[in-house]
Design a protein. Structure first.
Length: 558
């Protein structure tokens, strides 16, 4: 779930009597785990408030992927991921404790503070006093802490100022009194203020609710560690989804204006269906508390961060290479993909868009093995498989099972192998199938915003290749791909456009520094998301046209 922490706004602490019960002051929050309280999207605030006023039970939020149960005050995952994310608590907040972030009081406590707030204003409702005046009200919360509200009138500025503080309540003994006096004091704030736009919110608003193509993401090694650090698949999928939707809007002719999107000209904008991104997780299959504890016991105490990466990344790959475990992991990935799809189709039973799979790192290799072996067989044929920074080529090499030129994934699934040129985990596929293709440079993933889809240094290199005749040689090698059926004669290996000249200066040290970021870049890369979206769209269009042509031919034969 999107992690946008509640931060103190510039909203005034003091509100006049006329605004004492203003509905606009309420803000809806959900709790991430047992700690952070995060505001729902700005676009979800009004639907939640309307549903609360009409005593409705459920409201779909976050683009339809989550659902809020207003009676139980819980938010649940409708179809965003598998396994489903744990339900989170929900609060309709008015009063906040000011700390590093604004912490919303529970609704009963908030009502108690609000009642005291109204009594303070009631005492000041008479005509403006002729001199400075202070009105105070104190309430004791269920926690035993005391909230004091003070309303001051300053004759000089002819203005009211409200302050609210929470502190430990002093008891009858000297010790309790001292604890109360020395206990931590918090400032209180009434009203959260404007909710910031969250990543992807404006893009989904522009695209609407109807879903077109479906992209199912599968994570790679180390997901247990990354998810605990807050930067795992749940976090990455938000960025990937936003980049995907940005590409959709740009391709349809929309332009960004401020934080929103608009369609230029007088012609009505095209009707679009948003591409949805789902998450499928498999790390729970191979990690148990007992195994993790045993691994911790045998790990050396030095270089803890490096060893943690090794323990949760390298170990995942070692588990996968064990006889028996490989089959179990492949089956677990299949179950997770099927479960994510089933939960989506439950709410979109008439979905007719294309479905593609995208796997990062080891996740990509697992998906390739799943589709190659058809064990277990999926209930659908993916339109394409995209692997990102994947060791698929290495596993095929180690198993001495290089695909033949005639090999294609069953069901007509197309295959794209995407990699960062500095990623130490990624391997090429084309030279594994046909030796001569080693001399063919990987195709380049287009750069969003680049001139002709090229970064400057690659554009210069392309001109030099043209001048030296190297481009003709590359074209001849490219023709060799046409006999390779793994991607129906199209290019398989696709490289991100990164400037490698830095490595000639940085040397080995630079390679080590670049290794981890290069392997972790894919799901937050606008270029990768745009590539996956555009290829998925073009393949879906081609299949629809082929289907219509086939149907027309059948009708003519009849």
């Amino acid at each position: 779930m999107t992690d946008t922490s509640a931060s103190p706004s510039s909203h005034a602490v003091a509100d006049g009597p006329a605004n004492a019960s203003s509905v606009e002051l309420f803000t809806w929050f959900w709790q991430d785990g047992d700690s952070n309280w995060i505001p729902f999207r700005r676009s979800d605030q009004q639907p939640l408030e309307k549903a609360e006023a009409s005593s409705s039970s459920f409201v779909n939020v976050e683009g339809g992927r989550w659902q809020v149960d207003l009676k139980e005050r819980l938010v649940t995952d409708r179809y965003g991921s598998d396994p489903p994310r744990k339900p989170g608590k929900v609060r309709r907040a008015l009063w906040f404790q000011q700390a590093a972030t604004l912490i919303p009081y529970d609704e009963e406590t908030s009502k108690t503070i609000e009642a005291a707030h109204e009594r303070v204003w009631l005492g000041a409702k008479e005509a403006l006093p002729k001199e400075d005046l202070e009105v105070a009200e104190s309430v004791v919360l269920d926690s035993g802490r005391q909230v004091t509200l003070k309303l001051k009138y300053e004759q000089k500025s002819k203005s009211w100022k409200l302050s609210a503080k929470e502190r430990s309540q002093g008891g009858s003994s000297w010790m309790e009194y001292a604890q109360g006096m020395l206990g931590k004091t918090y400032q209180l704030q009434r009203g959260f203020g404007p909710v910031d736009l969250q990543p992807g919110e404006e893009e989904e608003k522009a695209l609407g609710d109807k879903v077109g193509n479906l992209i199912i993401l599968v994570h790679g090694v180390g997901e247990k560690m990354w998810s605990e650090e807050g930067c795992g698949l749940a976090f990455s999928s938000v960025q990937f989804r936003q980049h995907t939707h940005v590409k959709q809007l740009l391709s349809a002719g929309f332009v960004q204006k401020g934080s929103g999107w608009e369609y230029p000209g007088e012609v009505p904008p095209p009707s679009l269906q948003k591409d949805e991104v789902l998450e499928a997780s498999w790390w729970e299959t191979i990690h148990t508390d007992e195994m993790d504890k045993r691994l911790a016991r045998i790990s050396l105490p030095s270089m803890k961060q490096v060893r943690q990466i090794a323990n949760f990344a390298v170990v995942d790959a070692l588990y996968y290479m064990q006889v028996g475990r490989k089959e179990a992991i492949v089956a677990a990935v299949a179950r997770s993909v099927e479960a994510a799809l089933a939960r989506f189709l439950k709410h979109h039973p008439h979905h007719s868009g294309s479905i593609v799979l995208a796997g990062h790192s080891l996740g990509g290799a697992i998906l390739f093995e799943l589709l190659r072996s058809q064990t277990p067989k999926l209930s659908f044929a993916p339109g394409a498989l995209f692997t990102m920074g994947s060791p698929t080529g290495l596993f095929l090499h180690v198993a001495d099972s290089a695909p033949e030129e005639s090999f294609a994934l069953p069901g007509g699934t197309r295959f794209f192998n995407i990699f960062h040129p500095l990623d130490p985990v990624a391997y090429r596929i084309e030279p594994l199938i046909k030796e001569d293709l080693e001399k063919l440079e990987p195709a380049k993933v287009a750069v969003e915003g680049g001139i002709g889809g090229m970064k400057v240094h690659y554009g210069v290199q392309k001109m030099m290749n043209w001048a030296t005749g190297e481009d003709k040689k590359q074209a001849e090698f490219s023709d060799l791909c046409q006999s390779v059926q793994l991607n129906a004669g199209d290019r398989i290996d696709w490289s991100l456009q990164e400037d490698l000249s830095i490595m000639t200066v940085a040397g080995v040290a630079g390679e080590l520094v670049q290794a981890l970021p290069s392997h972790a870049c894919y799901m937050k890369s606008a270029d990768v998301a745009a590539f996956v979206q555009s290829r998925t769209h073009s393949l879906a269009v081609a299949r629809r046209l082929a289907s219509k042509t086939e149907s027309s031919s059948d009708a003519n034969r009849c």
